[in-house]
Design a binder for this molecule. Structure first.
Ligand SMILES: [Zn+2]
Ligand SMILES: [Zn+2]
Length: 364
């Protein structure tokens, strides 16, 4: 039985219906089950996928692929109500972050720890209501305590940091490795720091059109060299990236390359600049018809590993530890806080890169 606390019956929420159609509404505050927790949302990050849903570039994972649905899957909050089972672990007032991937914990892949692949999972903000609202509910198994020294706004970046952490786990950096990150968004800037703290010898960050401010953010967060691969007018422009990497590595090329962008040319560049016995990880999401050309013979002869990375199974504690200890500094990546009512404007600003966004958050 859910504990009944004194609370108002409705909340403000941004309800998304279909592309370009979303409205701020008064909706009932979610009722929780025994294994659920109700939280008051404190900060919810805006993800590229939220923009894709809002502008019709991707479908929701609801049965119809459409709304009504409250978007937002990167959020932190304060526990306000706890179901009977969840009481063992949580109480009102706890500061928490939510893993939006609410896996079943009882299927074959879950039993193997591959919870990112659970076919029974619900995803907050993608298949079931998420964080662009005053309140949200979660299964207690998806709730993690937020370390005391991490703010709610920084804590809202735990989900993308956890995904970045899994990407770096798959990249398997060894001490001294020459690493390249292609894609200088917020996640790329987290990956630089994770690579450095994993012992990378050097980290090069590569971006493209309009990315100079992001490259500068990456430089401040530890990139040894930043490259704009496409814009001739950029102070970071390098015409021949492959030659540049060859020069920096004495011809060995990069030992580790990770690609936190869905751009196919970036993925092909990764294969082009990686060396003998290298590992390349594809992380960013391309379009569903996109195909990457792999130079197979070269990849075999150089004994390469090409790996993919999806979501963040088993690494949330690592990501929260990286935040709490300061191994990863996300504060410079929180670019702006929007009120809940301005969500549509925020999504447009991020799409058009108004105000040089890295990772804006909505604060209900
Ligand atoms: Zn996301
Ligand atoms: Zn499962």
């Amino acid at each position: 039985m859910a504990k009944k606390a004194a609370k108002k019956a409705t909340m403000k929420a941004q309800v998304f219906y279909e592309p370009l159609k979303m409205s701020l509404e008064d909706v009932p505050i979610p009722e929780i089950a025994a294994d659920e927790v109700l939280i008051k949302v404190k900060a919810c990050g805006i993800c590229g996928s939220d923009i894709a849903y809002y502008f019709g570039k991707a479908s929701l994972e609801t049965p119809t692929g459409k709304g009504p649905l409250i978007l937002g899957h990167e959020y932190s909050g304060e526990v306000v109500e706890v179901g009977a089972i969840a009481k063992k672990l949580f109480k009102p007032g706890d500061r928490v972050v939510l893993d939006p991937v609410q896996y079943c914990n009882a299927c074959d892949v879950c039993f193997r720890g591959q919870t990112n692949l659970c076919e029974n999972k619900a995803v907050l903000g993608v298949s079931t209501n998420g964080g662009f609202a005053e309140y949200s509910k979660s299964k207690y198994t998806g709730v993690h305590p937020l370390p005391d020294n991490v703010s709610y706004e920084n804590g809202a970046l735990t989900e993308p940091l956890a995904c970045a952490t899994y990407g770096l786990k798959n990249l398997a950096v060894e001490v001294g490795n020459f690493c390249v990150v292609i894609g200088p968004g917020a996640i790329g800037c987290m990956m630089i720091q994770l690579a450095k703290s994993s012992g990378a010898g050097a980290v090069v960050l590569i971006g493209g059109p309009g990315d100079d401010y992001r490259l500068e953010a990456g430089k401040k967060l530890g990139a040894d060299l930043v490259i704009n691969a496409t814009e001739k007018g950029s102070p970071y422009y390098v015409a021949d990236v492959k030659a540049q990497i060859a020069e920096m590595t004495g011809g060995k090329m990069a030992a580790r390359v990770i690609v936190p962008t869905g751009a196919v040319p970036a993925m092909e560049m990764a294969l082009d600049i990686s060396g003998r016995r290298s590992t390349v990880v594809f992380f960013g999401l391309p379009g569903d018809k996109d195909v990457v050309r792999v130079p197979v013979l070269q990849s075999i002869l150089w004994d390469k590993t090409i790996r993919f990375s999806w979501l963040a199974p088993g690494v949330w504690q690592t990501a929260l530890g990286a935040l709490a200890t300061g191994l990863v500094n996300v504060a410079p990546l929180v670019s702006r806080a929007y009120p809940l009512k301005d969500l549509a404007q925020a999504l447009g600003d991020v799409k058009d890169r108004v105000g040089k966004p890295m990772k804006p958050v909505v604060v209900p």
